[in-house]
Ligand binder design. Sequence first.
Ligand code: ATP
Ligand code: MG
Length: 328
Amino acid sequence: RKQIVSAIQPTGEPHLGNYLGALKQWVSLQDQHDNCVFGLADNHVFTSKITAKQVRQNTLKQTAVLLSLGLDPDKVILYKHSAVLQHTALAWLLSTAATSGLISKLRMLPQYKEKSQVHDNLGLLTYPVLMSADILLFHGTHIPVGEDQNIHIEFCNSIAQYFNRAYKCEVFQTVSQLLTTSPRVKSLADPSLKMSKSYGKASGVIGMLDTDDQIRKKVKKAVTDSFGPITVDQDERPGVYNLLLLLSAVSDTHFREVCRKYEYRNVVELKNDLSECLVGTVGPVRDRALELLGDIGYVEKVLSVGAEKASEIAEKNLDSIYRTIGLK
Ligand code: ATP
Ligand code: MG
């Protein structure tokens, strides 16, 4: 049986990269599986610098965006990780199974190297252990996340094996990643970086709550090059290539078709068409989300109902692990 598990960190407002790389898939998966578990990974946010007010606001905003994208709390479990204490309890047990091979791997992980330059802490280093617990607590088998999570999914599989070996059991199965057709959306301000909530220039990030004006301005300012009319060359013209990819993803048109249509045309035309397409996609999502945010009570209710459902499963699963390893 497939078990879908995924999460997003309330480190900021959700952006186009989150949407195209993960969230879009969450919405389609809810109709194919009756057991999707989607979380707001709020335990993780303190690995970055963040205030209590920001955490609260981001959590509500992200929930509102998820609902306005069409995620149905009657079909999926949608909850905050912090409301289910078993996440951190399992993370501890997993950490005791991770010996030298995995310890040395943690320091080499690219996300740790990038983020620790801004704000270093032990949680940031061991973040993949907690992320593994987030997945394994629900016996996740299929994880819809972006390409940047490849290495963390690999880590999750390793730590699950270490655990099975250490405790001489077969508690955890193999986990596989479910990628979309846009698994790595690049920043508009720097096409060598991924679009991200917590690092890189804000001008490179299209937020799912951005106004039409903000979207148009950001696309207009998107970094390209001075080579003239459009040609398709990922290495020499990464900025232009990124805009073509985005238009293909947002308009649901085959990449080759988009390239054929825009080749030898002016970059400004591509930017204009992309802007309007993005406004058409993000606009209605934003408007619905803002409407939902006018009724915070409803959004909070969704999360508390979700937490109850998640807790029930988490308690049962951790209990069974406790029995296996002798804590019960
Ligand atoms: P942060 O900078 O705080 O880590 P983030 O933008 O990376 O924020 P996460 O909450 O870490 O967002 O990730 C949520 C989901 O979005 C994950 O599945 C992640 O793989 C995916 N994702 C994040 N950025 C991108 C991107 N640029 N392209 C595609 N998918 C992405
Ligand atoms: Mg991230």
